[in-house]
Design a protein around this ligand. Sequence first.
Ligand code: ADP
Length: 503
Amino acid sequence: MLKNSPYLTWIKDRNGVYVDVNDKFLEFFDKTYDEVIGKTDYAIMPKDFAKEIIDQDNDVMKNNKMNTYEDTHILNKNKLGYLQSTKWPLSEDDNNIILGTIGIAIEITNKVEMFKSMEKNEKIFLEIANNIEEAIIIIDEKKAQYISPSFKKMFDVNPDELYNDISSWRENGNKVVYENYPKPYDFKGINDFMFKLYQKGREEMWIWGRFVPILDEEGNTIKKIGILSDITERKTLESELEKLRMDFFANLSHELRTPINLIISALQVLGLRMDNLDDEDFEYFEKYFKIINQNSNRLLKLVNNLIDTTKLDSGCFSYNPKNNDIVSCIEDICLSVSGFIEDNNLSIIFDTDTEEKIIGFDLDKMERIVLNLLSNALKFNEKGKTIQVTIKNYKNSIKISVKDEGIGIPKHDLHKIFDRFKQVKHKSVNSKVGSGIGLSLVKSLVELHKGSIEVKSVLGEGSEFIISIPNKLYNNKLELIDETILKEKFVQKIDVEFSDIYA
Ligand code: ADP
């Protein structure tokens, strides 16, 4: 039975001489049967090793008791092999005289090597963890199991407390403000986050962190290893850069806007004298007057859009919602541009399912949203077609749709058009230019109202832009605004927003 077992087995006499061994034994020591039988361990292995094994056998016989050992063996080519062996005395049944020993062993080389490599990896890990600036922590669901020295430095904590309860460092007046924290925290997945840390008596810090699961053989998360990095310096630099960029744009806007406005004002003054010209001159001057005027407005539109985009990016955009009638606001815009639209051989239809609807919105921004959409509807339309503006009143939202019967947008471009600087290549409309900022600005402005925008379009049939804003009063109180002041500026706004039509 022993001979056929999958383990190494052997029988030795009282003097440690091998009486019998199985094939597994011969395979492990790479010997033939004859090289082993009738010999002692000194014939099979180096002296020191053999002595140790023989001492074990003697112990087993002396104590007349089974025992288990773990042995290292030097095998061929200096390879190390490991055995876990159990030996027991072999005695005659009736008189208890000990005849020798029987041994059975299982090879544990793989297991031992695995432990050794784990130990080595652990050493490397500790070497890294102890010497990098990033903080490393290994946690189970509640407690910390390893905390690197940098962690202690970064969070100024007593590690003993952490080993009991990992959230304890937040006490002692420390405050954490997360920029993006995975909610709900997923112990099983990878979590990235960034937070601002306020600790008593210390400067505020920005920390970036990532927790990665450590899995067991079945793929279950048993621990998590977290790496946290102090990114305060990077953040400070970023905000300084951002400030520089903003300052640059603020200066640039001023520098650009002022001369453009001066050109426009000068043109207006010139325009007052145009009536004094004779017919021939009037026609001549008017032609170039229009070109200068329209292109100045185009420049102004571009500069305005650029400035606004920068402001939106940095969160400096002012948003002043007031409670006002959205229906009359949209209708007024449509009326004001209807002349312009008709001049371009198109018509505009305004339709609403409510006479009046007071909600909170920023009138100035709403005008820009609608004017932008109308200018596109005009720009990408064809002569003789119609632009339809519709308002629909829903329980939670107001939907404003601007629909044209123009060239439409290819399906694969639909998701791109709200991206900044994205323009769709339309074969037929190369003379009507723009900057590709309009829709991205519109989207941001709608989002400023906590609303959303969507587009439906069929190539060759037309496009419909639908914006949806919350059906809600601002501050929940009614405080209507004075519209007369706003109307005056509106004509100039139309000229600017529509300036890229008919270059
Ligand atoms: P632009 O200044 O180029 O008009 P927008 O951001 O306003 O920039 O629009 C981006 C692109 O989306 C346009 O270049 C155009 O290709 C497409 N687009 C916008 N509105 C319409 C529309 N009503 N019909 C067809 N294409 C449109």
